[in-house]
Design a protein around this ligand. Structure first.
Ligand SMILES: Cc1cc2nc3c(=O)[nH]c(=O)nc-3n(C[C@H](O)[C@H](O)[C@H](O)COP(=O)(O)OP(=O)(O)OC[C@H]3O[C@@H](n4cnc5c(N)ncnc54)[C@H](O)[C@@H]3O)c2cc1C
Length: 275
């Protein structure tokens, strides 16, 4: 199938993009890398009258350091993060995660913000931002609002974004020298979405201890009790019963097989972070 006819516009600034969104009253579609939107247009699951191309917006293409956080523009691509094009991202958890997303051709175009806006429950950035305790910078007609990643995704393909808003950037913490990151996912083959995934982030300098599991039916979920135990005791604190109980609480709709798969993803992720 081919996409239904639509108009195409490529604004030159964030302000123009927001005006275009407002003008079309929730019926326009933003396009960043087009890797998820393209198939949706071709399958006619999306039939917007106009597509607003934000992939080149300068405000969405930079990486800077602000108030002890990295501000990563929403239109930075997976490949740019993987390749360390932006010096500030070299050696960060984001650079570690990027090469495992899809295939290189998709990483060349797909963007951080596009992935978060699409909100596939199995997507890598969706889990990463929750694991890191990142904050989303959301631009709208009334200015910018900052939204913790924890509450941003409300369900599968459903987020707290309003029709007249877009993700401008993601603010991620900068690791202290003792910061430890782990990321593990099960995929049937390279380039496929995860069946089970886990992100873990420990930074004693800020008292941060986070373990998040992804590839659930909806948003990623945190395992706070296990994270607190691991922060105190290190890997020996990986209590199988606590892990199973906490997973059961966030995976009520999943069967035993999936709980075991997630349990193994958590154990391997923690071993990677702290082993
Ligand atoms: C074969 C295949 C395999 C894949 N495998 C993986 C994988 O293993 N892991 C993974 O994480 N992802 C995977 N993906 C998804 C990929 O990472 C996409 O890049 C991503 O989902 C969408 O990013 P995009 O920039 O292309 O967004 P687009 O396709 O341009 O847009 C997606 C949606 O987000 C909206 N949008 C885009 N940017 C913004 C913004 N800044 N603010 C608000 N709304 C916005 C659009 O309106 C649209 O609704 C895969 C995709 C394909 C096709």
């Amino acid at each position: 199938m081919k996409a239904a006819a639509f108009d195409y516009t490529r604004p030159g600034s964030l302000k123009e993009a927001l005006l275009a969104l407002r003008e079309h009253d929730g019926r326009a579609k933003l396009m960043a890398g087009g890797q998820s939107l393209g198939p949706m247009l071709n399958l006619r699951l999306a039939r917007p009258p106009v597509v607003i191309d934000i992939s080149g917006l300068p405000e969405l293409r930079t990486v800077t350091r602000q108030d002890g956080m990295l501000r990563v523009g929403a239109a930075v691509t997976h490949a740019e993060i993987e390749d360390g094009v932006h010096e500030l991202l070299r050696g960060t958890p984001l650079q570690q995660v990027a090469p495992g997303i899809a295939y290189r051709a998709i990483r060349n175009r797909g963007t951080l913000g596009g992935s978060l806006a699409h909100a596939d429950p199995a997507a890598d950035w969706v889990l990463t931002v929750v694991g890191l305790g990142a904050t989303l910078e959301i631009a709208g007609p009334d200015g910018v609002r900052m939204l913790p990643a924890d509450g941003y995704m409300q369900g599968a393909y459903t987020t707290a974004l309003r029709d007249d808003e877009l993700i401008a950037a993601v603010h991620v913490p900068v690791a202290g020298p003792a910061g430890r990151w782990g990321y593990y996912k099960f995929c049937r083959k390279t380039g496929e979405f995860a069946e089970a995934s886990c992100a873990a982030w420990f930074d004693p300098s800020t008292g941060t201890a986070r373990i998040a599991v992804g590839a659930l039916d909806g948003a990623p979920r945190l395992l706070p009790q296990l994270a607190a135990r691991i922060a105190q005791q290190g890997l020996p604190g990986l209590d199988e019963t606590l892990l199973a109980d906490e997973l059961a609480g966030v995976m009520q709709d999943k069967d035993e097989h999936h709980r075991k798969l997630h349990g193994t993803a958590v154990a391997r992720c923690l071993a990677q972070a702290l082993g």
